[in-house]
Design a binder for this molecule. Structure first.
Ligand SMILES: C[S@@+](CC[C@H](N)C(=O)[O-])C[C@H]1O[C@@H](n2cnc3c(N)ncnc32)[C@H](O)[C@@H]1O
Length: 224
């Protein structure tokens, strides 16, 4: 799945828009509230893309390994990273080239949209996670205004989302449910919100009667 090679140069442009910045702020807050990265932790960032979250994790003091199947995305990540302690590797999340129990924590944002076999993928992430370690997955929520946008005709014909397999919170929560510790919805603001109405205040208002466009789930590997 190297589909992101074609869009790599434009990928970060989303974050230069007002909505892109807002989405990033809301999703980062949601993910970090659950994941709580700690200094000196050895963290695997799965589907790291252009390194946006690898960099945020390293800025919190973690030692990060970012893996992705798109060499173009990784190349942009390497150019952005500077002296931060991040190692990027071209690797498929279904076949991680790491020993069992290697990482203190495993993190993945906006990559499970492209995962066709979540149970197999999660099993592989658990394999490389140390007992007692946390695994956090954040992904677009199918049952939401954002899910409906990305499954609409234009996005399914013209964008990378034609390769996506979106999931609901309930579907994701059914995987390894015995070790699932927390889950949270965010991004309640609909995608067609006019720029002047993009605000945390309106995010809160919409949260009263709609489902979140993005979901974060946190599992913990049993200590056995
Ligand atoms: C939407 S981007 C997200 C990038 C980054 N995590 C972020 O939030 O900005 C999804 C990334 O997942 C990667 N990806 C998709 N399937 C993958 C797989 N099987 N193994 C590793 N990476 C994969 C893609 O190449 C792409 O860079």
């Amino acid at each position: 799945m190297t589909i992101f090679n074609e869009v790599a140069t434009d990928y970060d442009q989303w974050y230069a828009t007002k909505m892109g910045r807002f989405v990033d702020e809301v999703e980062t807050a949601c993910a970090f509230e659950l994941f709580m990265p700690q200094p000196d932790q050895k963290i695997l960032d799965v589907g790291c893309g252009t390194g946006n979250f690898s960099i945020k994790l390293a800025e919190k003091g973690a030692m990060v390994t970012g893996i992705d199947v798109s060499e173009e995305m990784l190349s942009i990540a390497r150019n952005k990273t500077g002296a931060l302690p991040i190692t990027y590797k071209n690797m498929d999340l279904y076949k991680l080239e790491f020993e069992d129990n290697t990482f203190d924590a495993v993190f993945s944002m906006a990559a499970f949209e492209f995962v066709e076999f979540p149970e197999r993928a999660l099993g592989e992430l658990f394999r490389v996670l140390k007992p007692g370690g946390k695994l956090m997955v954040g992904t677009i929520h199918l049952d939401s205004s954002w899910g409906r946008l990305y499954t609409s005709e234009y996005f399914q014909k013209e964008t990378v989302f034609k390769h996506a397999v979106f999931k609901t919170l309930e579907e994701m929560a059914a995987y390894y449910s015995e070790t699932l510790k927390q889950m949270k919805e965010c991004l309640f603001l609909p995608p067609d919100t006019p720029e002047e109405h993009i605000s945390l205040e309106n995010e809160l208002k919409f949260s009263a009667n709609s489902r979140g466009g993005f979901i974060c789930l946190l599992w913990e590997k049993p200590r056995v």
